[in-house]
Design a protein around this ligand. Structure first.
Ligand code: SF4
Length: 199
């Protein structure tokens, strides 16, 4: 499923937005965000198969406020994307030998990525983008163990992840001709992607 990319305009043409993106670029470096790419939301691909990967293959399914089935269904996400014309893709490169472990080292990296998306989202909100909303990479690790389905401990920082919203990030990268590589082992560098829906 893809939004109809009609009636979108290119963020790069807007000087104010260019300046803000440059500023975000500096802020993002603190959080391992090394590239910020403007997107038309019509380029963001939502696909039902992504949820299969959550349900069959991830131990966070049904255990987090930021993962399915708590997060928007593909249909709902499609409807949400239609309310935005522009987005930013935040690209990071990480290395984390503890990727499949549930330990403090892994959490530290996840929390840093999470906080980075929130920091950029906040900056954009203060710049006047009142609809701005971040979709974060991976799952929420702000707490050692998510309290789901009990009350969330940090609701102000709670956001759904990109994949939990059934966003097919690979197809999205293909739509903008962005090259990527799949990490071949757990010690290799890998890419992580967050998305900020702008307006
Ligand atoms: S902040 Fe804590 S309780 Fe809330 S979604 Fe994240 S891990 Fe779960």
């Amino acid at each position: 499923m893809q939004n109809n990319p009609k009636n979108v305009y290119f963020i790069e043409n807007n000087r104010k937005e260019k300046d803000i993106i440059a500023e975000l670029g500096k802020l993002g470096k603190r959080y391992n965000i090394n590239e910020i790419i403007p997107l038309n939301t019509g380029d963001i691909c939502v696909a039902p198969w992504v949820r299969l990967k959550c349900k069959y293959g991830c131990n966070k399914y049904g255990k987090s406020w930021c993962c399915p089935p708590e997060t928007p269904t593909p249909e709902k996400m499609q409807a949400i994307l239609k309310e935005y014309r522009k987005a930013l893709l935040l690209c990071g490169v990480l290395r984390n030998g503890d990727f499949y472990k549930d330990n403090q080292r892994k959490r530290r990296i996840q929390v840093n990525t999470w906080k980075g998306t929130l920091a950029l989202e906040r900056r954009l909100f203060l710049a006047g983008y009142y609809k701005v909303f971040g979709l974060v990479s991976e799952n929420c690790a702000l707490c050692k163990t998510c309290t789901y389905p009990q009350e969330c401990k940090f609701p102000q920082d709670r956001r759904p992840s990109v994949e939990s919203c059934s966003i097919d990030i690979f197809q999205t990268l293909g739509n903008i001709n962005k090259q990527f590589q799949i990490a071949q082992n757990v010690t290799a560098e890998y890419n992580c992607y967050s998305i900020i829906l702008l307006e």
